[in-house]
Design a protein. Structure first.
Length: 134
């Protein structure tokens, strides 16, 4: 029998540690516009799941073993989670209105980097909507 070749086919979720779940929910839901997935099972710690395309973001309310201070100012120089967005300019305006700092992608792409309230770096990348050329 031929040997079966395996390969990674998708990213299912990214888990981010958060210290204050209510504060994090205000950011992910109020600023980024995500909706909590009610299907998260009961676990031994608090958290919330957000559906993002075919994957999820899991916020986990547990102590963070990594330093939050001293991280690079530009999130592109740090570990980060990249999210595709439609309407990056409108989202940038929401960040400005909320007084949240961010940096533009240094590659010239339509993307920006920011940190959530716990210092987790996020990259927001403009993606074409169905039927649009990018």
């Amino acid at each position: 029998m031929p040997e079966r070749v395996s390969h990674v086919v998708s990213l299912l979720h990214a888990s981010l540690l958060v210290a204050d779940l209510a504060r994090s929910r205000a950011f992910y839901e109020g600023v980024l516009g995500l909706t909590a997935n009610p299907a998260r099972p009961a676990m031994s710690f608090d958290g919330v799941w957000y559906d993002v395309g075919g994957g999820q973001i899991h916020l986990i309310n547990l102590p963070n073993p990594d330093p939050v201070s001293g991280r690079p100012e530009h999130g592109g120089r740090d570990r980060h989670t990249a999210l595709g967005v439609n309407g990056l300019d409108a989202l940038q305006a929401r960040l400005d209105a909320a007084g949240l700092p961010y940096t533009r992608s240094r590659s010239g792409r339509a993307a920006l980097f920011l940190r959530d309230p716990d210092g987790n770096a996020l990259e927001l990348v403009e993606v074409a909507q169905a039927g649009e050329a990018k």
